[in-house]
Design a protein around this ligand. Structure first.
Ligand code: CO
Length: 138
């Protein structure tokens, strides 16, 4: 089940400049940065209103975000919904005709497991689903 808006991701050609924009100009505190080798990205997170702005930048100048920047320049890249059962949501959406970029969830930032819906099957919007690791005792 989809449980919330996890983050909004923005592709940025210059990570330090973009961090300065959101942290200093907008005044949203930077929570941290993380490299996500599985997606060939480095990310910076700004929590706000129960969700996060996530800046994404190519790791080592390669990968899908590098291609996005070459083609379109910086800009909105994807939105991400949190889910409490990613396999169930993938199966439910695939049954409705949505195509995913991977057959199975992949490791994302913060220990999540993530999957992306192809934008061509979702009205031109790249949609990510993310399942967070369960807390102990849950
Ligand atoms: Co994301």
């Amino acid at each position: 089940m989809i449980t919330g808006l996890d983050h909004i991701a923005i592709a940025v050609p210059d990570l330090q400049q973009a961090i300065a924009r959101f942290a200093e100009d907008m005044g949203i505190p930077l929570k941290g940065t993380e490299d996500v080798p599985s997606a060939k990205t480095t990310t910076a997170f700004f929590p706000i209103s129960g969700t996060q702005i996530e800046l994404i930048h190519p790791l080592d100048g390669e990968g899908p975000v590098a291609k996005f920047l070459e083609k379109r320049g910086g800009g909105l890249h994807h939105i991400c919904f949190s889910t409490d059962d990613i396999e169930a949501d993938m199966a439910r959406l695939q049954a409705k005709g949505y195509r995913f970029l991977s057959e199975a969830p992949k490791p994302g930032a913060h220990g999540t497991r993530v999957a992306f819906i192809h934008p061509k099957s979702a009205g031109g919007v790249l949609i990510e689903l993310a399942e967070h690791p369960r807390e102990h005792g849950e």
